[in-house]
Design a protein around this ligand. Structure first.
Ligand SMILES: Cc1cc2nc3c(=O)[nH]c(=O)nc-3n(C[C@H](O)[C@H](O)[C@H](O)COP(=O)(O)OP(=O)(O)OC[C@H]3O[C@@H](n4cnc5c(N)ncnc54)[C@H](O)[C@@H]3O)c2cc1C
Length: 367
C-alpha cells in the first residue's frame, strides 16, 4: 500500500510480477457495487449496562452482538488504537478486549491481515463477527467469494473516513511534536450528553496528566472531518451505503429519536439497528436491552448518511494544496472553514430576523 499526497493509502501493483488475472479488480467493492436491497427490519435500542453505553458512541449495541458471539466460542474483529494512535482491525476471543473496540474512531482502520485471518477462522468452522465500515465489509464479502453460515458481518452508517496525514499532523501539533505523551483519545465523550458530544485527548507531561476536552463543533480535527473537507475521495461517492450494504446488521446513531420514539431518549445514546438478513435477525438478543421496533423511513428522515454520500467541502482542494507548506494546521483549518463574506452577511441577516421575531412575539405578548 502506498500513500498519496493527501495521505490516503492505495494498493500499488508491481507490474513486473503481476499476471494480470484481474482478481484485485473483481474483489474491489468500488468496481463491483452490489444491488440495492431494502432492509428487513429496523429497531431503536440501547444496552441496559450504563457503563458500556457510556463508553460506546451510540447505544452500545455493538457490545451486545459481540459478547454473544464470544460466549458462543466465536471471534470478533473490531477496530482499536495502535500504540501510535492510528487504528487497526484485529481479532479477539475475550469479552475484556471488547473495551478497546468500543467508541467510534474517526480514522480509516488498517485491515492488516484481518481478511486472511477471518477466512482461516471461518474455514475452521469458528463463528466470526467481523465489524467495519460498509466498504470494508463489502471488501470482505468479495474477498471471501462465498457466503459462510458462521459469519456475522456488522457495519455502521458511515460519514466517511478522514485523511491519515491530517490526523498525524493534528496529533503532532497538539502533542507539541511528541513532547506530550498521549494517554487516551475519545472521539465521542458524553459528559454534556450524546447529542452534544465532546472530543477528548489526554496526555502526560512532567509527571502530570491533562485532558484537552472540547465540544466537537469547537475541535479543529472534528470540524474538518464533519465539514467534509478531509474525507477520502471515494467517500464522496460511496458504493457501499446502506441499501447496498453487504452486512447482516448496520449500526448507527438513532438521530431524531427524541421526535420518533421520545421514550427511548435519555441523551445517553440510542442505537439504530438496520437488519438486512435473516441471520442478522437471529443474531439479535434483546434480553439485555431496552428496544422498540421502528421504520426505515423514520430513521432515514434524521440520518440521511444512511443512503447519501458526503458532499465535498468547496475548499477541500485548496486545503490539501496548502497542507504540505503549512506550519500551523489549526490555523489552516480555521482559515479554510471560515465562511465567505457572502455567507457571513447571510448568517447575520438570519440572526437579525430570528431576534426580530423573538422581540415582536414578546411585544405582542406571545412570550
Ligand atoms: C468513521 C466513522 C463514521 C461514522 N459515521 C456515522 C454517521 O455518519 N452516522 C451515524 O449514525 N453513525 C456513524 N458512525 C457509527 C456510530 O458512530 C457508531 O459507531 C455505531 O452507531 C455503533 O455504536 P455502538 O454504540 O453500538 O458501539 P460502539 O462501541 O460505539 O462501536 C464500536 C464499533 O465501531 C467499530 N469502529 C470504531 N471505529 C472504527 C473505524 N475507524 N473503522 C472501523 N470500525 C470502527 C468498532 O470495531 C466496533 O465495531 C460512524 C462510525 C465511524 C467509525
Amino acid at each position: 500500500m502506498a500513500e498519496d499526497a493527501e495521505g490516503f493509502l492505495y494498493p500499488k501493483v508491481d507490474a513486473s510480477i503481476c499476471i494480470d488475472c484481474q482478481a484485485c479488480v473483481r474483489v474491489c467493492p468500488f468496481h463491483n457495487p452490489s444491488k440495492e436491497e431494502k432492509p428487513q427490519s429496523v429497531y431503536a435500542a440501547l444496552n441496559k449496562n450504563e457503563e458500556i453505553r457510556r463508553d460506546s458512541s451510540s447505544g452500545g449495541m455493538f457490545t451486545i452482538l459481540a459478547e454473544k458471539v464470544i460466549k458462543d466460542g466465536g471471534i470478533v474483529f473490531g477496530a482499536r488504537f495502535t500504540d501510535d494512535w492510528q487504528v487497526e482491525i484485529v481479532p479477539t476471543e475475550t469479552i475484556e478486549d471488547l473495551a478497546a473496540f468500543r467508541g467510534s474512531k474517526y480514522l480509516q482502520a488498517q485491515m492488516g491481515s484481518s481478511l486472511a485471518l477471518a477466512k482461516k477462522y471461518l474455514q475452521e468452522g469458528r463463528k466470526v463477527l467481523f465489524s467495519g465500515t460498509p466498504c470494508q465489509i463489502a471488501g470482505l464479502r468479495h474477498y471471501l467469494r462465498k457466503d459462510y453460515d458462521n459469519l456475522l458481518a456488522v457495519d455502521f452508517v458511515c460519514h466517511g473516513v478522514p485523511s491519515p496525514k491530517v490526523w498525524k499532523m493534528y496529533l503532532d501539533e497538539v502533542s507539541e511534536a511528541g513532547q506530550r505523551a498521549i494517554s487516551d483519545i475519545k472521539f465521542r465523550d458524553k459528559p454534556q450528553g450524546w447529542k452534544r458530544f465532546n472530543f477528548n485527548l489526554s496526555y502526560n507531561e512532567s509527571d502530570k496528566s491533562y485532558t484537552i476536552s472540547s465540544y466537537n463543533g469547537d475541535n479543529h480535527y472534528m470540524r474538518a472531518f464533519l465539514s467534509n473537507m478531509i474525507l477520502r475521495p471515494s467517500c464522496y461517492n460511496c458504493q457501499a451505503k446502506c441499501e447496498r450494504s453487504k452486512s447482516d446488521i448496520t449500526l448507527a446513531d438513532y438521530w431524531g429519536i427524541d421526535q420518533v420514539h421520545p421514550n427511548m431518549d435519555d441523551d445517553k445514546g440510542t442505537s439504530l439497528l438496520i437488519v438486512h438478513t435473516e441471520k442478522g435477525r437471529q443474531a439479535l438478543d434483546f434480553s439485555q436491552t431496552t428496544y422498540t421496533e421502528s421504520t426505515y423511513e423514520d430513521a432515514f428522515r434524521f440520518n440521511p448518511a444512511i443512503e447519501k454520500s458526503a458532499i465535498p467541502h468547496p475548499k477541500r482542494a485548496d486545503f490539501f494544496n496548502k497542507l504540505d507548506s503549512t506550519k500551523d494546521l489549526l490555523k489552516l483549518i480555521d482559515k479554510e472553514l471560515r465562511p465567505s463574506t457572502k455567507q457571513r452577511i447571510k448568517n447575520f441577516y438570519y440572526w437579525c430576523r430570528h431576534k426580530a421575531k423573538i422581540i415582536l412575539l414578546h411585544l405582542l405578548g406571545g412570550g
